[in-house]
Design a protein around this ligand. Structure first.
Ligand code: NAP
Length: 253
């Protein structure tokens, strides 16, 4: 969508969500921002207000389905949502050994259920208005199950496939869906990684690429392209050829 006026962003209190909020903040824009850390979210909201945007902020856990439905209904009744960015997510890997069950379940609760809890409540209203755009924050980690982060890769693959299917399902209704697949981006999520992160990019640069892709309704916004090509190829090759390489990759903590 070219000029969204009412924009909802989950996970706006840090990293990519903050950079997206700041990239869209301008006079005439209404931002509804959510996160869990009130102090950081408040600072982001203040910066966006200083850039001229009208901002409402909400502390809400994306894994709480009824709280999310209530908040999104309020947002939509005040300002019918043009662009909904389901960005909030967590990551963790097998760096300490194998992935604990509690970690796997927590990742799915936020990265998969949290996205459903963000998108599903607004779908009927968007379909009725025959207008609206949904952006789903997947990852280049969605193109292959990497042994260092099983639940993370699986959660990002699930929402990528869901978003791609939803795009086709909703096409006739006029609602547009884009799936975003970034590579390594500087944020709290990658701050603890001790391994090399090829083509690491600032959140500001990533947000600018996302904003451009969303403005032209790109189905898949995947970048940087050399890393996209590499993971696409690894995902396309038979596992028998790639398994031994996969086992050598560093594991995320
Ligand atoms: N960084 C990368 O390299 C990279 C690459 C590909 C995809 N991504 C995806 O991009 C998205 C943003 O990540 P980031 O790099 O910006 O990480 P980040 O700096 O850790 O930010 C994550 C955001 O999600 C919010 N969040 C986490 N759990 C939540 C929950 N249960 N309820 C509500 N909000 C929650 C956090 O809120 P609080 O801080 O307030 O708790 C924070 O605002 C994630 O979906 C991530 O998987 C990141």
């Amino acid at each position: 969508m070219k000029d969204p006026r009412a924009i909802v962003i989950t996970g706006a209190s840090s990293g990519i969500g903050t950079a997206l909020a700041r990239a869209y903040a301008a006079s005439g824009i209404h931002l509804a921002l959510s996160g869990r850390n009130g102090e950081r979210l408040g600072a982001v909201a203040a910066a966006c207000r200083a850039a001229g945007a009208a901002v409402e902020e909400k502390i809400v856990d994306v894994s709480d389905a009824s709280a999310m439905a209530g908040w999104l209904a309020e947002c939509d009744s005040r300002n019918p949502v043009d662009l909904l960015i389901a960005n909030a997510g967590i990551s963790a890997g097998t760096g300490g050994g194998s992935e604990p069950a509690s970690q796997a379940r927590a990742i799915f609760a936020v990265n998969l259920d949290g996205v459903l809890n963000t998108v599903l409540p607004l779908l009927p209203a968007m379909q009725q208005r025959r207008r609206g755009q949904i952006a789903i924050m997947s990852s280049l980690a969605s193109f292959r199950g990497f042994p260092g982060a099983p639940a993370y890769c699986a959660s990002k693959a699930a929402i990528r496939f869901w978003g791609e299917a939803l795009r086709g399902e909703l096409w006739e209704s006029g609602v547009r869906v884009s799936v975003i697949c970034p590579g390594y981006i500087v944020s709290a999520m990658t701050a603890g990684n001790t391994f090399p992160m090829p083509l690491l990019m600032t959140a500001e640069r990533a947000a600018a690429i996302m904003k451009r892709g969303l403005a032209v309704d790109r189905a898949r916004i995947a970048f940087p392209w050399p890393l996209y090509f590499a993971v696409w190829l690894i995902g396309a090759l038979p596992p028998a050829l790639t398994d031994s390489l996969m086992r050598l990759l560093p594991k995320k903590h």
